[in-house]
Design a protein around this ligand. Structure first.
Ligand SMILES: [Fe+2]
Length: 336
C-alpha cells in the first residue's frame, strides 16, 4: 500500500485492542465524528487517519473504500460515541421532523461532498473540469437549500435511498463533463445542464424503493409506474424557486431517445432539447458504472462500449466524444 498521509502511527495496548468497525458506516456520515479512527497497517501498527477534532476526510475515505478496505478501527473507550454516530445516519436525520433545517442542510452538503469524492476515485478525468463541476454542484445544492420548498425536494432525493442521491450527483457531474467536451464553456449552460442532471430523476422519489431496486424483473404495471417519473418530476419542480425552465425541459425529456423509442412522448432526435440529450447520456453512463442490486458495476471501458453499441438511442455526436472524456490515460500511466 502507498504510504498514507496519517496523523500518527500507534499501537494498541494488550489490554485494550482497537475495535474493528465497518468502513461503510462512514458513508454518507456527517464530517463531524467526535472520535478518532485508525487504519490497520499491521498487527501492531495502526495509523491515526481521522481525528475527533478535524473530522472525516471524504476524499481519503473514498480512496480507502475503493482500495477494498473493509474495516477501520476505533478506540474501545469511544464505542458508545461510535454507536450514537451510527444511529444518526443521514437518512434518519432527513426523516426526523425534529431535526433543524440547519442540521439537515449541513448533512446534505456533507453528503454531497462525500458522493463527489467517491465519484472521482472511480473515474479518471480532466482535473480542471472536475474542480469546476464540483464547484457548480456545491453552489446549486447550497442555493436550492436556501429555500424551504426546493430544500424539501432535494431532501426527498437523499432520503429515497443511497443510490438515488449518488446517481443524481454523478449525472450532474458527467453532464457537465460532456457539455464541456462539446466546447460549451458558458457558465450558465453548465449550470443548467448540471442542475438538470442533478434533478433529472427527482420523479423517482415517488416510485417505491422495492421497484427501483428491482428494475430488472418488473411487471407491466410497475414499468408503467416507472415511465411516469419524468412527468412526475416535472410536476414536482414546476413552481420550485431557483429551478430554471431549461431544467424542467431536461427533467421531462431525459428518457426520450433519438430514434423516437423513448418516453414520455417518443420525440424524434431534432425535437429533443439538446441539454436533455446530454443528460440522457450522462444518466446512462452513471447507471452503468454503478453497482446495482441486480448486477455488478461495469467498468468505465465497458460502459463506453455498451453505449456505443446502443445505436439510435443517444445523440451520435455526443457518443463520439465519450472516449475522450472517460478513457483518458491515468496520471500514473502518463508519467511512466
Ligand atoms: Fe430517469
Amino acid at each position: 500500500m502507498k504510504r498514507e498521509k496519517v496523523l500518527s502511527i500507534t499501537s494498541p495496548t494488550r489490554q485494550q485492542p482497537y475495535l474493528a468497525v465497518d468502513i461503510h458506516t462512514f458513508r454518507n456520515a456527517t464530517r463531524d465524528i467526535g472520535f478518532d479512527v485508525y487504519l490497520k497497517l499491521s498487527e501492531d501498527n495502526f495509523a491515526h487517519i481521522f481525528s475527533r477534532v478535524t473530522g472525516l476526510d471524504y476524499k481519503r475515505l473514498a480512496q480507502y473504500i475503493s482500495k477494498g478496505i473493509k474495516e477501520l478501527y476505533i478506540h474501545p473507550e469511544d464505542e458508545a460515541v461510535y454507536k450514537a454516530f451510527t444511529t444518526a445516519t443521514a437518512e434518519s436525520i432527513f426523516n426526523d421532523p425534529n431535526t433543524s433545517a440547519e442540521k439537515k442542510i449541513a448533512t446534505l452538503l456533507n453528503m454531497t461532498e462525500q458522493n463527489m469524492a467517491e465519484l472521482f476515485t472511480l473515474i479518471n478525468v480532466d482535473e480542471e473540469t472536475a474542480v469546476k463541476s464540483q464547484k457548480v454542484v456545491r453552489s446549486y445544492v447550497a442555493l436550492l437549500s436556501e429555500n424551504p420548498k426546493s430544500l424539501a425536494i432535494i431532501l426527498k432525493l437523499v432520503s429515497h435511498g443511497e443510490y438515488l442521491y449518488y446517481h443524481s450527483i454523478a449525472a450532474a457531474i458527467f453532464s457537465m463533463f460532456i457539455a464541456r467536451a462539446t466546447g460549451q464553456f458558458k457558465q450558465k449552460f453548465l449550470e443548467i445542464v448540471g442542475m438538470g442532471g442533478f434533478l433529472h430523476d427527482i420523479g423517482c422519489t415517488h416510485i417505491p424503493k422495492e421497484i427501483l431496486l428491482n428494475s430488472h424483473e418488473l411487471t407491466a404495471s410497475q414499468w408503467r409506474e416507472i415511465r411516469q417519473h419524468p412527468k412526475v418530476g416535472l410536476q414536482m419542480i414546476e413552481k420550485t424557486p431557483h429551478v430554471p425552465d431549461e431544467v424542467r425541459y431536461i427533467v421531462y425529456q431525459h428518457h426520450e431517445q433519438m430514434n423516437g423509442l423513448g418516453y414520455p412522448n417518443g420525440l424524434l432526435g431534432p425535437a429533443i432539447y439538446y441539454p436533455a440529450r446530454i443528460v440522457a447520456l450522462a444518466d446512462s453512463f452513471s447507471a452503468l458504472i454503478s453497482l446495482r442490486p441486480f448486477r455488478a458495476a461495469y467498468t468505465v471501458e465497458q460502459a463506453v462500449k455498451i453505449i456505443q453499441s446502443e445505436e439510435g438511442k443517444f445523440d451520435p455526436d455526443l457518443v463520439k466524444i465519450l472516449p475522450s472524456i472517460f478513457l483518458r490515460p491515468s496520471s500514473e500511466q502518463k508519467a511512466a
